[in-house]
Design a protein around this ligand. Structure first.
Ligand code: DX5
Ligand code: ZN
Length: 230
């Protein structure tokens, strides 16, 4: 399949109803989500706990698009096989999660998943310079990872521009994660990001029994970003 650089909205199920993940995934896809973003947290690399491979396996049959799994865990390597078996399409590991990023990304590819690499707000773009040929996505954190609903960190926009130039013609997505809403989406789309993760800004106002607000929220982000996306 050829590389798709069109603008994509990836709702984070961190803001979904935790008692209803399967139905929530189906609802956001029916309402226009391009990918489903799954935030895995270990209470150690980040100060919060979410879910593991068993939950990913449980939602897999309910996700028809792309299961985009963001691993906020350290160490990463011992869990790659389990998340791959759970059906993840992509596993994104953090630069800051360990000393052997290159090995981790090789192992993700070896397990049959696309590999992504994420950068915390305090980590410079240059940290991924030597792994760009191993990944199909660079995730720029625009909040410090751990929680939904935090304020967008605008200083990261320059990092997105820098990465856009570093990536050049490579088939590598730039994903933005944290504080994305209709006001901030155009800032990162104009800087060169093509995948916008959004949790609170997608799920607010809706539910599985009233999913129309999900669609309105997704459309509002997409329309705000599309106008300036090159
Ligand atoms: C933060 C997570 C994000 C988060 C985004 O650690 O990686 O995916 O859920 O949530 P919002 O869009 O509410 O900032
Ligand atoms: Zn995330």
């Amino acid at each position: 399949m050829s590389f798709d650089r069109s603008l994509k909205i990836a709702p984070s199920i961190l803001s979904a109803d935790f008692a209803n993940f399967g139905a929530e995934c189906e609802a956001i896809e029916a309402q226009g989500a391009d990918w489903v973003h799954v935030d895995v947290m270990d209470g150690h690399f980040v100060p919060n706990l979410t879910f593991g491979p068993a939950m990913c396996a449980a939602i897999r049959p309910h996700v028809k698009t792309v299961m985009d799994v963001h691993l906020m865990i350290a160490p990463v390597d011992p869990y790659i096989e389990a998340f791959a078996k759970a059906g993840a399409d992509r596993l994104t590991a953090h630069v800051e999660a360990g000393p052997h990023l290159h090995r981790t990304l090789q192992a993700i590819g070896g397990a049959g998943c696309s590999a992504g690499v994420a950068l915390n707000p305090g980590t410079p773009a240059e940290a991924v310079a030597d792994v760009l040929d191993l990944v199909d996505l660079v995730c720029v954190m625009t909040v410090n990872p751990g929680f939904g609903g935090q304020k967008f960190i605008a200083s990261q926009i320059d990092k997105v521009k820098k990465l856009r130039a570093m990536i050049g013609d490579r088939p590598v997505h730039i994903e933005i994660d944290g504080g994305v809403d209709p006001a901030t989406a155009p800032l990162v789309a104009a800087a060169g990001a093509d995948v916008l993760v959004a949790g609170s800004a997608v799920f607010r106002g809706g539910s599985v029994s009233n999913p129309a607000p999900y669609g309105e929220n997704i459309r509002a982000i997409r329309e705000a970003a599309q106008g300036v996306y090159a």
